[in-house]
Design a protein around this ligand. Structure first.
Ligand code: SAM
Length: 330
């Protein structure tokens, strides 16, 4: 699938539920209203949609949310999608998770063909973790991470850089990831979803600043390692692990974008930072054949925009994109 700017779309991210067992302060409001369960695509429908994308050239599939591992019966979908790894239709099946359910699922994920996962963890301080996630417990996530390691899953830790919250912890995170054998990616907070924009402005920390302070303690060697995602990677010489930066605000990476995002209701967003979307649920349900669905996917890819225009600025209007990250899937 080629978009109008000549970029090949080969990466599909699927939010399998908008629900989550955490309420991270930068991601959700405390009193989120979730979709009625009846609006959700069934696991069979999600499988059919993902398989149609794979048939059209998607090589990498990431399940996300909300929290993907709280969707009831999620292993049925993951097991079923694993068949595309066996046939060579898919290079990678992976997921982004908050880690809370990993103790239960890590071994099953490996068995289904998952080899790498991203786990979101912004702080190693248990009290701060609970404050940040509102409902989360750090020991539960740590147990999940050990289970992932024991199961043979490679782990990448995703940490959103938050001014005044975890900006004094990057050195600890780098050292801890080095000891545990995890890669680490720092992410700039994006203006998505209404959480109170004063709060957003206070949270925003440009990663150019974070990198400068990290380089006072660690040697970052340039690398051309890429995962097909938006991070730019370095190798931390002292630990031998990778450190990535996702910088949608200080440096956008749209020129190499290969991704589209599907929500749990079958809406396809061609850009995380734009509002244009295509409904795939209607063509999916209209017929048992995939002809209408594939036409709708092609038509959507032809509308993929050149890029996002996230900006966090006191003078600008609030939330660049009104939907929360949990809708489109981070
Ligand atoms: N529940 C899963 C998890 O915690 O990884 C998957 C969904 S979560 C929305 C995916 C990622 O998006 C997490 O790493 C989270 O920290 C990040 N995220 C959420 N809101 C964000 C925002 N406004 N800016 C940047 N990253 C955000």
């Amino acid at each position: 699938m080629l978009d109008p700017f000549g970029r090949t779309v080969s990466y599909l991210r699927v939010s399998v539920t908008d629900r989550c067992d955490f309420r991270c302060v930068y991601c959700m409001a405390e009193d989120m209203t979730f979709l009625p369960k009846a609006d959700l695509l069934s696991l069979e429908e999600l499988d059919r949609l993902c398989s149609a994308f794979i048939g059209m050239g998607v090589r990498k599939l990431r399940l996300t949310g909300g929290e993907p591992l709280v969707r009831r019966g999620i292993m049925t979908l993951i097991d079923s999608l694993g068949r595309h790894l066996k046939t060579g239709g898919l290079d990678e099946l992976t997921l982004t998770t908050n880690g809370s359910q990993l103790e239960k699922y890590a071994a099953d994920l490996y068995r289904a063909g998952v080899r790498r996962i991203n786990v979101s963890l912004d702080t190693l301080d248990a009290a701060k973790f609970t404050e940040l996630t509102r409902w989360g417990r750090l020991d539960q996530v740590m147990a999940g991470l050990q289970a992932a390691k024991a199961a043979g899953l490679a782990v990448k830790i995703n940490a959103v850089a938050l001014r005044g919250v975890n900006d004094t912890e990057f050195d600890d995170l780098i050292a801890w990831c080095g000891r545990e054998g995890f890669d680490l990616v720092l992410i700039e907070v994006m203006p998505m979803g209404e959480i109170g924009e004063a709060a957003r402005m206070d949270q925003y920390l440009p990663l150019s600043m974070a990198r400068a302070s990290i380089q006072r303690k660690w040697t970052l060697d340039e690398t051309d390692y890429r995962t097909g995602g938006p991070a730019r990677y370095y190798t931390v010489r002292e630990t031998g692990r990778r450190l990535g930066f996702i910088t949608p605000l200080t440096h956008n990476f749209c020129e190499s974008c290969n991704r589209v995002r599907l929500t749990c209701t079958g809406t396809l967003y061609m850009c995380l930072g734009q509002n244009d979307a295509a409904d795939l649920r209607a063509p999916l349900r209209a017929s048992e054949s995939n002809v209408l669905l594939e036409d709708a996917i092609r038509e959507a890819i032809a509308r993929k925009p050149k890029g996002h225009d996230f900006v966090i600025d006191r003078r600008k209007a609030p939330a660049a994109v009104p939907r929360h990250m949990s809708v489109t899937g981070g």
